[in-house]
Design a protein around this ligand. Structure first.
Ligand SMILES: Nc1nc2c(ncn2[C@@H]2O[C@H](COP(=O)(O)OP(=O)(O)OP(=O)(O)O)[C@@H](O)[C@H]2O)c(=O)[nH]1
Ligand SMILES: Nc1nc2c(ncn2[C@@H]2O[C@H](COP(=O)(O)OP(=O)(O)OP(=O)(O)O)[C@@H](O)[C@H]2O)c(=O)[nH]1
Ligand SMILES: [Mg+2]
Ligand SMILES: [Mg+2]
Lengths: 285, 293
């Protein structure tokens, strides 16, 4: 409906396709379209631009409600008696966890914190080597063990090391895992318990990394990861591609999980704080 | 399940022996929702629904089936046909070495699949592969392939000292010629289909190495974007086959239909785990029932 001013029969269909095409999902899309259709029928909405604005606002409301409901866990507001502030990064395979940690370490250090990284992916080929390069780039220490070590043991060592060095923040990289693998989800739960024992209230932040190309499976991912660990927010990666990451809207709506950061590239500076208005504008581009 | 939803929607068709257009409209609505929730691209769903309507209107309800089940059977058969057959073999010529290029978006599973596929080729097509990583960007990418090669007992070309993908390819090809490897497996860096410079790099590698297979590695959990990335990779580089990874997850896998529909190339293999033997041939009937849910 580029250049179209008045709403007609096609308009709602086109808008539905934009939302579905962005992976917002059938249920959420139908709810929004039905709501808007009522306003159109009642003639309280007449122009295409108004309609777009209403839909965008509807989406922003969903995203902001999730943010308010959970209260931002943020490394920029760490209480002084929390040391170290423990952040765990989790998610399915290949979504961008390790790269995101490289970006986060640089950012958090630039905010004036001392950071330690824990290489708790002891499974995948060259996982620690990959993270070591990122740690070097951010100039922060990395705690690692050889491939095959129990990840909970590496986490334990890292917590001890972070405490003894008086580090402000410990960021924990975990192995990619599919959420339907019970043993791997149990491993994550065990790591959470180890963190809790060593540092009160740890892990203070658990970021679930979701790839922007993910379809409806993203909802199952979020549901299952929330059962294994106290997920506090999402990182939506690869938004520099053509995918819109609309599944994050469905996740916000159903599970009240806020998007905290967005990955917009493969370099250390390619991490931005989530901005609902910019994100929603991007859906309609 | 879809057949239960359709049974409810079509329950007043009891005793009728043919599917009427009115009943099909009701059924198609449910099918459209099921396919979208399974991540089939909405344009592909539109075309699919049209095809099914044409086949189903006026169709007899077979003995022993209720109308809902009859519709599911037509949908399932159409889905299986569209997904293509099982063609889990790679094509080779008598030239030595032949090259196989592995391409796709970031994180889709290319490096892992390169290991799995080379093991499979050794065991099932009697090939002697050499692994090559031309991923000069991702931290420790070449180390990753080296670790994989060691784990599966397949040699990996040592490209240390070289940092240009084309130079690495030429050197590895020479190494194959000298030492008798008949298959060069080229693991490329993950890239976005909208990154012109990197898509150009793929075209250059392809022009230089003339691979007999260029395999697109796609993540089974991919949503609506599958159509965009697959189309671009095919139009810009030319794909001969697809590997769908992480099918050991619980994604419905609608991306399989989207990709097959827009590029027309066969889905050759399915990744079903992180270990290097976790590679299955593609069976369309299994994927079809998974997509329908
Ligand atoms: N374009 C783009 N690529 C990204 C982004 N974030 C990560 N990547 C790339 O995605 C690929 C996978 O990233 P990793 O950090 O290894 O992902 P991971 O979740 O740690 O993977 P596993 O540990 O194997 O589960 C790499 O090629 C990254 O460079 C992003 O925001 N944009
Ligand atoms: N469960 C499961 N994991 C897989 C499968 N294939 C790959 N993976 C995992 O997915 C993650 C990414 O795999 P890679 O092989 O590094 O992906 P890639 O496409 O080479 O990534 P880039 O080179 O960064 O673009 C790793 O954690 C792999 O172990 C699969 O079939 N099942
Ligand atoms: Mg990782
Ligand atoms: Mg790779």
């Amino acid at each position: 409906f580029k250049g179209k001013k008045q709403i007609d029969a096609d308009t709602l269909d086109q808008l539905e396709e934009i939302l579905i095409g962005a992976d917002i999902g059938v249920q959420t899309t139908m709810t929004i379209i039905e709501d808007v259709r009522k306003q159109v029928d009642r003639q309280t909405l007449k122009e295409v631009d108004e309609l777009k604005h209403v839909i965008k606002q509807h989406l922003i409301d969903i995203l902001e409600k999730a943010t308010r409901s959970r209260g931002i866990a943020s490394e920029t507001a760490i209480p002084d008696d929390v040391q170290p502030y423990v952040m765990m990064v989790v998610g399915v395979n290949g979504v961008g966890k390790t790269t995101t940690i490289g970006k986060l370490a640089q950012r958090i250090k630039a905010e004036g914190n001392s950071v330690v990284i824990c290489a708790a992916d002891t499974f995948r080929a060259a996982a620690a080597d990959q993270l070591a390069i990122w740690a070097e780039r951010a100039d922060v220490p990395l705690i690692q063990q050889k491939q095959g070590t129990d990840p909970a043991a590496v986490l334990f060592d890292s917590l001890k090391a972070a405490k003894s060095r008086n580090a402000d923040v410990l960021i924990v990289d975990t192995a990619g895992r599919l959420h339907n693998k019970q043993n791997l989800m149990a491993e994550l739960e065990k790591m959470k318990r180890v963190a809790q024992k060593e540092v009160p209230q740890a892990p203070h932040e658990v970021l679930l990394v979701v790839d922007a190309v993910t379809g409806q499976n993203g909802l199952s991912q979020a549901r299952e990861f929330m059962k294994a660990a106290p997920v506090t927010g999402l990182v939506l990666t690869k938004l520099d591609g053509t995918a819109k990451g609309g599944i994050a809207v469905a996740i916000a709506k159903e599970l009240n999980l806020p998007i905290r950061y967005c990955g917009v590239g493969e370099k250390a500076e390619d991490l931005i704080v989530f901005d609902p208005q910019a994100y929603v504008d991007g859906l309609f581009e | 399940a879809l057949s239960d939803k359709l049974k409810k929607v079509l329950k007043d068709l009891r005793g009728e022996s043919r599917l009427t257009p009115e009943h099909l409209e009701l059924a198609m609505r449910e099918i459209r929702i099921a396919l979208l929730e399974a991540d089939v691209n909405f344009k592909v769903v539109k075309n699919f629904i049209e095809r099914v309507k044409t086949k189903a209107v006026g169709a007899d309800v077979m003995e022993g089936l209720n109308p809902g089940q009859q519709v599911v059977k037509i949908v399932n058969d159409e889905l299986v046909e569209m997904l293509g057959g099982t063609s889990s073999r790679l094509l080779f010529t008598s030239k030595r070495p032949n090259s196989v290029m592995i391409v796709g978006l970031q994180g889709s599973g290319k490096t892992t699949s390169t290991g799995k596929l080379s093991k499979w080729l050794k065991e099932n097509q009697n090939r002697t592969p050499l692994l090559l990583s031309v991923d000069v960007y991702r931290p420790a990418a070449r180390d990753q392939l080296a670790v994989i090669g060691k784990a599966i007992g397949i040699p990996v070309f040592d490209g240390s000292g070289l940092n240009d993908p084309l130079e690495l390819c030429r050197a590895a090809r020479k190494h194959c010629e000298q030492l008798g490897f008949d298959t060069l497996m080229i693991d490329t860096a993950g890239r976005l289909h909208i990154d012109d410079a990197l898509m150009d790099e793929l075209r250059n590698i392809k022009a230089e190495m003339q691979p007999t297979e260029t395999l697109f590695v796609a993540d089974a959990m991919t949503g609506q974007d599958a159509v965009k990335s697959a189309t671009e990779f095919h139009n810009q580089v030319g794909i001969t086959g697809v590997i769908l990874t992480k099918m050991d997850g619980d994604a419905r896998g609608g991306a399989a239909l989207s990709i097959k529909e827009v590029i027309g190339q066969p889905i050759k293999f399915v990744g079903v785990g992180e270990k290097y033997d976790a590679l299955d041939p593609f069976y369309p009937d299994r994927i079809a029932s998974r997509i329908l849910g």
